[in-house]
Design a binder for this molecule. Sequence first.
Ligand SMILES: *Cc1c(COP(=O)(O)O)cnc(C)c1O
Length: 348
Amino acid sequence: MASGNLTIDLDALAANWRALDAMTECETAAVVKADGYGLGVGRVAKALAQAGARRFFVAVAEEGAAVREALGPGVDIFVFGGHMRGDTDMIHDLHLTPMLNSLNQLTRHFESLPNAPFGIQLDSGMNRLGMEAPEWAAVRDIVLPQTPVLVMSHLACADEPDHDMNARQLATFRDMTDGINAPRSLAATGGILLGPDYHFDLTRPGIGLYGGLPFADAQPVVHLSLPVIQTRDLAAGETVGYGNAWRAEQPAKIATVSGGYADGLIRAMSGKATFWHDDTPCPLVGRVSMDLITVDISHLNQIPTHLDLITPQQTVDDLAEMAGTIGYEILTSLGPRYARRYAGGFAP
Ligand SMILES: *Cc1c(COP(=O)(O)O)cnc(C)c1O
């Protein structure tokens, strides 16, 4: 079998949820958008529910359907994207809770599903989703008596604790919501780490659950190992891969592993990332191609069956930094070709 092995440690996932939960006095939800940050939303959501999460957030209604299918009734599923045209049946039939972002969405929701639960998303300065202060001021006396189940906003710079944007958004969110009788939420992973002022009634961690920064104390959740398909010996002066991008300065042994940019191993890793054979680093050489990557294993004493790319030695964030991106993008790009294996106490 030539597809890579993506192992997901559900015990570590659950431990990360509990660790983030223990940092606050309030309720901790779980953000499972983008197929559980690329790890498989069904298994991820079940493990988080078993750990104690009762509220789940997704980006769009279709993702909410997958969470409802995995978890059944008894949990709340919130949709950040709100109530879009065409979502009404799904919201109603699957008991999803849209976070209403605009007057347009408020009108659509109240007209089509007058008694269905809803939340409100406010824009406290990020200028991405949610109602802005004047819009909110105009409708809040109509909306609040309909008892939104949650009023939330999102921080733009929470991964930079010293950024003054954090305090500004906190002040704006307070201005917009102090005194209302609905539960409030401001913090994702970064906001939890900013401290109790940011916690309100509910936190919404995503990346920290999956082992990513800014939750530096997270347990690693993901392990990625790629099978070696073939090895070959190169004479000094021979080149490897598209564009002859790497040249052997001296005789070398090259392993070709199965995996490439079609699997989310982005081309920006070319010539930069490192594979691991147990504790021995093996440099990626040449360009990442669609399905294959070439690795210099000249210094190994034996031919490995697999080479590891995401390991405790080289986390998702280490790899992201080499490729000039963030852990979120590496995780959510992990492709459908990997065999996803679920390890840990919650695996069957
Ligand atoms: C993605 C997202 C989260 C989770 O953020 P993390 O940084 O992954 O913890 C929370 N709230 C909103 C609105 C989001 O879009």
